[in-house]
Design a protein around this ligand. Structure first.
Ligand code: MLT
Length: 407
């Protein structure tokens, strides 16, 4: 008889965004004429940068000729892309990362979800609250937690992120082995300073812990003093793995391309105290389970770093940041405190009431979809996350409707 993995049965019934999509479908059946505006899931709406489209077309044409045809590529990604990433995203900012420390993939969600596979089941894991649910659910699936107790799992160390601490996770009271950090943050939009990241790097070095640093929203940072990569922090090469994505940067949510950075200095330890290279382990996993991102998509990602590509990506992210400013100003004018939206496409709104109730109110009265903060953790139970990923016209219309609904 086939037995189910019992850890999967600890999970909440459905993944947050699938749950929301189902509620939205039910609303559309009830109100088929309502013109819905989606500020929920962080999915981009604007077309790909022209430089990426050109590169995609050219690469597809190469595949039409036997002389330039390519089959399987290197699992870790083509050198042209890995070198462009190392040079532009890291070395140009003084972060010492080499091309062969980059692993190109089809998404940061998969990478950040899969990376925990390299570690023992009994490590202690710290999770900010609120948090991107993938970090929690993948540890539940791996058997690293006990049962769900209401909105939390036994066995995880939760790090509350609230208005009092500026929505930035503080160092834990009891030692942990693995910690997830995300900056600019999903869902709160809060961005960590150099000093805050340095404190975590120092902590990880002292406890031989590892930081999984999710920098999927790095392209939205505009304050010059803020770090874009954890490797701008001294000592981070030994204790941090970083995840990046072209999804929000260059509109690749449907194209799929991302990468993980695993420095050669990063180690985990055997029971007998012997160090094991995480670069070697991840390479082993990646080459076993993955056959690389398609050639045209990697050429499109490379085009992000061309002079035109950089300008176009900047214009895209500037547009979403203008929407974020509109959303933030709108909620503040309604008297609701907000964070995020300045170096991030997400605005975290303190609604002063139950998050799902507020979600339902915006849906029913304004036909606007947001994301209830409760879906990201206990600390989000009175918040909603508003995404700036939509057209300027839709964002302005949504804010007018919300103002009327709450008047
Ligand atoms: C979100 O809305 O949090 C993101 O779109 C999720 C993701 O990037 O997977």
């Amino acid at each position: 008889m086939i037995h189910v993995n019992p850890h999967y049965q600890k999970l909440q019934a459905s993944y947050l965004f699938a749950d929301i999509a189902q509620r939205v479908r039910a609303f559309q059946q009830r109100r088929p004429d309502a013109e819905l505006i989606r500020l929920g899931i962080g999915d981009v709406t604007e077309p790909l940068p022209p430089a990426c489209i050109q590169a995609l077309h050219a690469a597809v044409d190469e595949l039409t000729r036997a002389s330039s045809f390519r089959g399987y590529g290197p699992e870790q990604g083509y050198d042209f892309l890995r070198e462009a990433i190392a040079r532009h995203d890291f070395q140009a900012r003084g972060a010492p990362i080499a091309a062969d420390e980059i692993f190109v993939s089809d998404g940061a969600k998969c990478d950040v979800g899969n990376f925990q596979e390299l570690f023992a089941t009994d490590i202690r894991v710290a999770i900010p609250d609120p948090v991107y649910p993938v970090y929690v659910d993948t540890n539940v699936m791996a058997g690293r937690t006990g049962a769900a107790m209401q909105d939390r799992y036994e066995g995880l160390a939760y790090l509350p992120c609230t208005a009092e601490n500026g929505y930035v996770p503080q160092l834990p009271d009891a030692p942990v082995d693995l910690v997830y950090l995300c900056s600019p943050n999903n869902p709160t939009g809060a961005t960590m300073t150099r000093a805050q990241l340095q404190a975590w790097v120092d902590y990880a070095r002292a406890y031989r812990a590892l930081i999984l640093f999710d920098a999927a929203y790095e392209a939205f940072i505009r304050d010059d003093g803020l770090p874009h990569s954890i490797y701008e922090i001294p000592g981070a090469r030994e204790v941090a793995v970083e995840f990046r994505s072209y999804s929000k940067t260059a509109g690749f949510t449907g194209v799929r391309c991302a990468y993980a950075v695993v420095p050669r200095d990063c180690m985990a330890w055997q029971a007998d105290g012997k160090a094991v290279s995480l670069h070697a382990l991840w390479n082993r996993r990646h080459t076993t389970r993955f056959n690389g991102v398609s050639y045209p998509v990697q050429r499109a990602a490379e085009a992000v770093y061309s002079p035109e590509g950089r300008q176009q990506v900047r214009a895209l992210t500037d547009g979403y940041l203008r929407n974020a400013a509109t959303i933030r100003a709108g909620f503040q004018a309604m008297g609701l405190p907000c964070t995020g939206g300045d170096n991030s496409p997400y605005i975290w709104v303190d609604t002063g009431r139950d998050a799902w109730e507020f979600f339902g109110l915006l849906l029913d009265k304004a036909a606007v979809v947001c994301t209830p903060g409760a879906g990201f953790g206990r600390c989000g139970r009175r918040h909603v996350r508003i995404s700036a990923f939509n057209s300027q016209a839709n964002v302005e219309a949504a804010m007018q409707r919300i103002a009327q609904a709450l008047a």
